[in-house]
Each structure stands twice: as C-alpha cells, then as structure tokens.
Design a protein around this ligand. Structure first.
Ligand SMILES: Cc1cc2nc3c(=O)[nH]c(=O)nc-3n(C[C@H](O)[C@H](O)[C@H](O)COP(=O)(O)OP(=O)(O)OC[C@H]3O[C@@H](n4cnc5c(N)ncnc54)[C@H](O)[C@@H]3O)c2cc1C
Ligand SMILES: *[C@@H]1O[C@H](CO)[C@@H](O)[C@H](O)[C@H]1NC(C)=O
Ligand SMILES: *[C@@H]1O[C@H](CO)[C@@H](O)[C@H](O)[C@H]1NC(C)=O
Ligand SMILES: *[C@@H]1O[C@H](CO)[C@@H](O)[C@H](O)[C@H]1NC(C)=O
Ligand SMILES: *[C@@H]1O[C@H](CO)[C@@H](O)[C@H](O)[C@H]1NC(C)=O
Ligand SMILES: *[C@@H]1O[C@H](CO)[C@@H](O)[C@H](O)[C@H]1NC(C)=O
Ligand SMILES: *[C@@H]1O[C@H](CO)[C@@H](O)[C@H](O)[C@H]1NC(C)=O
Length: 440
C-alpha cells in the first residue's frame, strides 16, 4: 500500500465534503497549519451553513469524558479544556446524572467501584431513588441507582458550530461552496480519486478529497459492513420562564437502561431523546463507486425534514419520550411537543470513528463514523484528523480509527454497548404506524 509515501506529500489542493463537526474542524486545522500554507482548501456542503438537518446542528449535545476507553477519555478531557475556555459561551457544566434499574444496575455498580477507587471528588454516588430525585429536581427518579459527574456538561451545538464557522471564515483560507456532491471522480484504472462531481454538473478537482458527509457518506462510497446510518429521536417541549429557570441548572439525565435522556432546557425548550439502536432507512441506489455499471447496493441513508418537511418522529419514539417525561415530570405529561426530529448517527461496528485514508483509492480520505458521540470533540478532532492525513494516527487510536481489515455483516456488529431501547426498527415501517405530533 502507498500510505507512507502518500502521507509525506502535502497535497496542493484539498477538498472537504461536509461542514459538520468532522469537516469544519478539519478545515480549521488545515487553515492554521503552516505545512498547508500553500494548499488550497475548499469545503463543499449540500446546504447553506448551518445545515438544518446536519447531525452537528442542534440545541444541545452532552459533553463528557468518562469513557471506558482510555484513548477517548484522554481526547475528551483535552476537548473539555477548550469547552471551558474558547467555547465557554456555549458550554454549561451542569453535571451528568447516569441512572439504571434492572440488569444495567450491574454496569453502574461496577463503574461506581471504579469511581470510588479513583476517589474523584466531583462524582456523587446516588444510592436511592430519593437521592436521584433530589439531584435531578424531578418528581420521580429515573432509576434505582446512579451517579452524577459534576465535571460533565452540555453544549449549545449550533452555537458552538457557528463560532467555529466564524473562526474558519476569519482565516480567509477556505473557499466555501454550496452544492451537492453527486459522486466521487474515481479512476478505476489508476484507483485514484481526483475530486467530485456536483449536482450543478460542475466538477471540483483536488489532490486530496476528504469525505466527511456524516450519515450521508454511504451514499458516496460503498461502506457496507463498515459504516451505516441510523435515525435517532428527539422531542422538544416548551417550558414557561419559571419552569425554565428551575430546570436550567439541573444535570442532564441519562437512563442507561433504556437510553432515554433529557438535557436541561435552554431558551424555554426542554429536550428529550434516545441514545438507541435507531431506525434504519434502507435505500437501493446505483453502486456509488461504479454508477455506470448497472449494479445497485442497498444501504441505510438519512431521511430528514429536507426530504420531507412533514417528517416527525414515529409514534413508537414519541411514546417513549413521552413516558420518560411523564415519569419524571408528571405535571408536564400532557403538554404537546413543540417539534420532533430524527437525527442521524453514522455508526461503525465498534463505535470507533473512521478517520483514515481509503485502503484502495489514493487521493481519498474519510472522516466519519461519529457513532453518536463525536460532537464533544469539536475543539480537537480537526487536529487529530490532520495528523491522520499525514500518516501520524495517534498511537492510542491505531487499530481504532483506521480502515477495518474486513467488512463485517451489520447483523454481527457488537457496537460499543452504550445503546438502549428497541432493536431492528425500520423507519418506513414505524412511520406507517402513524406519527402525528400532539396526539400523545
Ligand atoms: C440525536 C443526536 C444526539 C447526539 N448526541 C451527542 C452527544 O450528546 N454528545 C456527542 O459528543 N455527540 C453526540 N452526537 C453525535 C454527534 O452529533 C455526531 O457524531 C457529529 O455531529 C457528526 O458530525 P459529522 O460531521 O459526521 O456529520 P454532519 O454534522 O451531519 O455533517 C455532514 C455534512 O455533510 C453534508 N453533506 C452530506 N451529503 C453531502 C453531499 N452529497 N454533498 C455535499 N454535502 C453533503 C451535510 O449537509 C452535512 O452538513 C449526537 C448525534 C445525534 C444525531
Ligand atoms: C510555500 O511556497 C513558498 C513560495 O514558493 C515557499 O518558499 C515555501 O517553502 C512554501 N511553503 C510550504 C510549507 O510548502
Ligand atoms: C438561544 O437563543 C439564542 C438567541 O437566539 C441563540 O443564540 C442560542 O444559540 C440559543 N441557545 C440554544 C441552546 O439553542
Ligand atoms: C467525571 O468527569 C471527569 C471530567 O470530565 C472525568 O475526568 C472523570 O473520569 C469522570 N469520572 C467518572 C467516574 O465518570
Ligand atoms: C429507565 O429504564 C428502565 C428500563 O427500561 C425503566 O424500567 C425505568 O422506568 C426508566 N426510568 C424512566 C424514568 O423512564
Ligand atoms: C447535468 O447533466 C445531466 C446529464 O448530462 C442532465 O440531465 C442535467 O439536466 C444536467 N443538470 C444541470 C443542472 O445542468
Ligand atoms: C414513579 O415511577 C414509578 C416507577 O419507577 C411508577 O410506578 C410511579 O407511578 C411513578 N410516580 C409518578 C408520580 O409518576
């Protein structure tokens, strides 16, 4: 493979596809790095920034660094330093309260043993429903055992992305293009990617193309067995100013047993969501690597309000969010949601990101596979991606971020063990069961 020779050459033109956390932070890092001083940098997105259905654009994202994996803990801790300084206007260190009931209690109990052995003073163990209620400010407890880490918090995701966008723009180094990439320009005789074709039929050429199209990435590259898109649910509830001020300082609540979580309100809106196995949305399309061949592939791809302005979370999902809300805050149980949204994860087999040169095509680098936990890395992920572009994948992420040695059938994926709720749901089937907001 030509990785090492490839890695030492600094490309004179770089094209990034996607202005989410992965793409935008890469653009920022490249634009500040003296090695790339003479390289042209272009960033193309199908939507004007901020993409209304981009996974990086939302009212909130959890920021925490208590990973089971030391590598992610290290990186998340580094990111948190920036959240507390550079991005402090968008960061709220309110704590994160993890609870469980039933089989998942074992997980919490074991983590707690760890916590106690570390003697972390910012972690408060919650041994009873009453202690959970007291910390979370709810009428009812979200589990029977848990702990709150007061060093975690949440960020206004759109606000932070806007700040990053402004910082990138201010460098004057990045040429922003709004257009949809319809295909990569792949030469099969030289196995090289030389750029992209756009929906306006224009082409953009580059020495290096960095594909960071989030959950849409599998529409541009055959990622079967490597990455797949899953739809996750979000419901937003309006609060009055009193409710807002009472709940705003409380910690985020995450019920590990069912994956449901609630992020403290901002701007009079409380958010309820599920970190789950999600919905797949299977679509059959021409093989993106050989569109002329007549061959088709079937992959899960996002369906969002951009595709269908009336799209709402299916009844199954609204019902779960509603039940979570009703149990915690019975007084809010009949209030209709302001809006609901399906947001797309790009899942990998292990939950590790995919930040790698393509194993076959030269001139192509992929930065995706957020697996529902990449947002918190906004301040640091771009620098890491650039290191990987240069062939210097951080030691502790080798074998994690690099292209997997083989594709594994999606049914056999083990995941990262963090998801709750139902499995194997297909979006179209759930939608067919009904999804009118306000009925629940
Ligand atoms: C509901 C939800 C909750 C989450 N919660 C957390 C959390 O609490 N903490 C955390 O750390 N992480 C969380 N995450 C994960 C995190 O938000 C994602 O991992 C991250 O935002 C993914 O960024 P991205 O750059 O890969 O994708 P995106 O932000 O979606 O960016 C991809 C971009 O590519 C563009 N694009 C797509 N196709 C094309 C094309 N053909 N041509 C041109 N442009 C194209 C899109 O318009 C989009 O702007 C959550 C994600 C979701 C969905
Ligand atoms: C950029 O180009 C200038 C002028 O050609 C050259 O002197 C310099 O070494 C180049 N810098 C890099 C980092 O390639
Ligand atoms: C709240 O509203 C302000 C002003 O419109 C906006 O800048 C900010 O991003 C919003 N906060 C969140 C968390 O959505
Ligand atoms: C609590 O959070 C801090 C900082 O985010 C982290 O370093 C620590 O490992 C966390 N502790 C636990 C037990 O989650
Ligand atoms: C948390 O999840 C468990 C398992 O599904 C459930 O029994 C419990 O009621 C949940 N708590 C809340 C508040 O939803
Ligand atoms: C692009 O080219 C295709 C086929 O050559 C044509 O059908 C289509 O109308 C063109 N689109 C634009 C925007 O010019
Ligand atoms: C509190 O939760 C328990 C289940 O954990 C449930 O049986 C009970 O009805 C709830 N109380 C209220 C007031 O919702």
């Amino acid at each position: 493979m030509s990785f090492s020779s490839q890695s030492r050459t600094v490309p004179s033109s770089i094209l990034i596809i996607g202005s989410g956390v992965f793409g935008l932070s890469t653009a920022f890092s490249l634009s500040k790095n003296p090695l790339f001083k003479n390289s042209s940098i272009t960033l193309v997105d199908r939507q004007q920034f901020p993409a209304p259905d981009g996974s990086s654009i939302d009212s909130s994202r959890i920021i925490r660094s208590d990973y089971a994996s030391p590598a992610y803990t290290r990186l998340a801790s580094a990111a948190q330093v920036h959240w507390r300084t550079t991005y402090r206007d968008h960061y709220h260190e309110n704590g994160l309260c993890l609870t469980a009931s039933g089989p998942e209690q074992t997980y919490v109990t074991e983590s707690l043993a760890n916590v106690q052995s570390l003697g972390t003073c910012k972690v408060q163990v919650l041994k009873s429903q009453d202690e959970i209620k007291k910390v979370s400010g709810t009428t009812n407890a979200s589990g029977s055992i848990g702990y709150v880490n007061w060093s975690s918090g949440w960020a206004d995701a759109e606000g932070a992305m806007r700040q990053l966008y402004a910082q990138v723009s201010a460098t004057g180094r990045v040429n922003f293009v709004t257009d949809t990439v319809t295909r990569l320009l792949i030469s099969h005789s030289t196995t090289a990617v030389t750029g992209v074709q756009l929906s306006s039929n224009r082409t953009l050429t580059a020495d290096l193309t960095i594909l960071a199209a989030g959950a849409w990435t599998p529409s541009l590259l055959d990622l079967r067995g490597v990455a797949k898109s899953t739809g996750q649910i979000l419901c937003y509830l309006p609060l009055n100013p009193t409710e807002q001020s009472v709940l705003a300082p409380k910690p985020t609540l995450l019920n590990l047993s069912n994956g449901l979580f609630m992020i403290p309100p901002s701007n009079g809106t409380l958010k309820i969501a599920r970190h789950g196995h999600g919905y797949t949305n299977p679509v059959t399309l021409p093989n993106p690597e050989r569109p002329e061949s007549g061959e088709t592939i079937t992959v899960s791809l996002p369906m969002t309000v951009v595709d269908d302005p009336n799209l709402e979370v299916p009844i199954e999902g609204q019902r779960e969010c509603r039940a979570f809300l009703s149990q915690l805050h019975p007084e809010l149980s009949t209030r209709p949601f302001t809006k609901t949204r399906i947001c797309w994860y790009t899942d990998t087999r292990t939950g590790d990101f995919l930040i790698s040169h393509h194993p076959k095509y030269t001139g192509l680098f992929v930065a995706t596979g957020g697996s529902g936990h990449a947002f918190k890395f906004l301040p640091v992920i771009g620098d890491q991606i650039v290191e990987c572009v240069l062939g210097q994948t951080p030691e502790d992420f080798r074998g994690k971020w690099e292209w997997p040695a083989r594709a594994v059938p999606e049914e056999a994926w083990e995941g990262d063990g963090s998801r709750g709720g139902p499995v194997e749901m297909v979006l179209g089937e759930e939608i067919a069961k009904g999804n009118r907001r306000g009925k629940l």
